[in-house]
Design a protein around this ligand. Structure first.
Ligand code: TYM
Length: 328
């Protein structure tokens, strides 16, 4: 029996941020030990909200570097670029024929994009179908993602079920694997995201981290340093829990001292800056080494491409056999 399989991906929209790390990447690193893992840089998905493609190649390198800095290991996991594997596009086309429009039109992320004024194109509507083909072409059992991707996974399971019903069982129905921190909020209290410019990047320098942390929204009811705070509602406290606790920080003490008014927001943020600078310091060091080694990056993606392609083309053959559409 094969080990359970995992597939997940990230769009190459620039350097990764703490949300990507805590919501997905840190989980991926530990999953490598137990599962057969496929991690993909989803460059086609990055086209849904931009027509300017000049930065994409550099962004792919940046994502790969961030992944390696965080501990993804090409010896353990297959790391590749979506557009290197044309089988994803072929399966996407096949699956689009059995996906009712209503499923896609109801998808909350699609509705949000339209509400925010984004152009309504097919790529946006079909986003979950392409994601489904990314997952099903590797017959993944589990998909480690943050909370914002759950609606897409629901559609993925529906499409898998529909295909299996129509043509016979080819695909598993993949389940999500959430990490403890499923939604990291940004500096302004909205979801941390590149598009809101409210993020802390994994590669930010210490001075910039300090500056960004100073900008973070805190408990609005704590106006003066000595006022009693509400750490359970404060994003800065959540960061202490997510990033400080694993380093051994005494977060219970921070909670109590904030609540009693003993700890003001300025020193609390100073503590947080030191935590984040410490968490991210190995990233910065490793990034400097990897940036100098373009050959090594190319090699990793080439090896990933070969392995992913083998699996993807075998699944596509099975799909065509099930549909009685294969020609030898
Ligand atoms: P993307 O690039 O938007 O995000 C990558 C991963 O980071 C998580 N994430 C967050 N988690 C917690 N808090 C946040 N503020 C935060 N921001 C981002 C996301 O949940 C995600 O896990 N559609 C995917 C890419 C993709 C994919 C796939 C994923 C393409 N094909 C197949 C899984 C399987 C995306 O846009 O991720």
């Amino acid at each position: 029996m094969r080990r359970s399989r995992i597939l997940s991906g990230m769009r190459p929209t620039g350097r990764l941020h703490l949300g990507n790390y805590a919501g997905a990447l840190s989980n991926w690193v530990s999953l490598q030990e137990k599962y057969e893992c496929f991690f993909m840089i989803a460059d086609w998905h990055a086209l849904t909200d931009r027509t300017d493609t000049k930065q994409i190649k550099q962004n792919i390198r940046d994502v790969l570097i961030d992944w390696l800095c965080a501990g993804l290991d090409p010896e353990k996991s297959c790391i590749f670029v979506q557009s290197h594997i044309p089988e994803h596009a072929e399966l996407h086309l096949i699956l689009s024929m059995i996906t009712p429009l209503g499923w896609l039109e109801r998808c909350p992320t699609y509705k949000e994009k339209l509400a925010s004024g984004e152009e309504n194109n097919y790529g946006l509507l079909g986003y979950p179908v392409l994601m489904t083909s990314d997952i099903l072409i590797y017959k993944a059992d589990r998909v480690p993602v943050g909370e914002d991707q759950l609606a897409h996974l629901e559609i993925c399971r529906e499409i898998a079920r529909r295909f299996n019903f129509l043509y016979g069982k080819v695909f598993p129905e993949p389940q999500p694997l959430l990490s403890k921190a499923t939604k990291i909020l940004g500096l302004d209290g909205r979801k941390m995201s590149k598009s809101y410019d409210n993020y802390i990047a994994l590669s930010d320098e210490p001075k910039l981290i300090e500056k960004k942390v100073r900008r973070m929204f805190t408990d609005p009811e704590k106006v003066y340093a000595g006022d009693p705070g509400h750490p359970e509602k404060c994003n800065v406290y959540t960061y202490h829990e997510v990033f400080g606790k694993p380093l051994g920080e005494d977060v219970e003490k921070i909670f109590e001292e904030c609540k009693s008014g003993k700890l003001g927001c300025v020193p609390c943020k100073k503590k947080l800056s030191s935590v984040l600078i410490e968490v991210l310091s190995p990233f910065r060091k490793k990034r400097r080494e990897l940036e100098r080694d373009a050959g090594e990056l190319e090699k990793i993606l080439q090896e990933g491409r070969e392995k992913a392609r083998q699996v993807a083309s075998a699944t596509l053959r099975e799909v065509k056999d099930a549909m009685q559409m294969s020609f030898s």
